[in-house]
Write a protein of this length. Structure first.
Length: 182
């Protein structure tokens, strides 16, 4: 995950609080999912949002058009317009990332990334999720990535933790131990 600026954290936290108080958290989550998909699919949209030469009024109208096209909630449209007025639309991806983090905390969820050489079967996935859930006390949101370079085993990343159970890691440990003994 990329480092998120303090400004983006403040905006996302304020918007999160507003969505909670208005009981629109699920709807705003859906809006941010749509916006995130738009930004990842369209490089032009990302360029427009980070272009400081576009007048505020034009940027605000562009965001209103995005909102209408994506059928976003009024609260989300208003928030996007505030970002446009304050020239903070370039932070939208960071704001969405932090909003998702706040949402996971509120729902007692933990995003876990697993890297494996081959796809995990259902039993392996279930066992990993149960072990992590009992260790952390949180609902586990699992994302599995396949990487042929790890030779075997798995690498588990969550929060600031990295648990490396890959064959490559074990071979490196053995190599260092043999070098130390030589």
């Amino acid at each position: 995950m990329n480092k998120i600026s303090r400004v983006a954290i403040r905006y996302s936290a304020s918007f999160f609080d507003a969505a909670v108080s208005m009981k629109l958290l699920d709807q705003v989550e859906d809006d941010f999912r749509k916006l995130s998909a738009l930004l990842s699919e369209s490089k032009d949209a990302l360029l427009v949002l980070s272009n400081p030469t576009i007048p505020r009024e034009n940027l605000e109208q562009i965001l209103r058009d995005f909102s209408a096209k994506l059928k976003l909630q009024k609260i989300t449209t208003d928030f996007l317009c505030i970002l446009a007025q304050r020239r903070r639309t370039n932070l939208l991806n960071e704001i969405i990332q932090n909003f998702e983090s706040l949402l996971r905390v509120k729902r007692n969820q933990l995003a876990v990334n697993i890297t494996s050489r081959s796809p995990l079967n259902k039993t392996q996935t279930k066992n990993i999720m149960e072990a992590l859930a009992s260790q952390t006390g949180k609902e586990i949101l699992l994302n599995v990535k396949i990487d042929q370079s790890i030779l075997g085993g798995i690498i588990v990343n969550y929060g600031s933790f990295k648990l490396d159970y890959s064959l490559r890691s074990k071979l490196n440990e053995l190599k260092h131990e043999l070098e130390r003994l030589s």
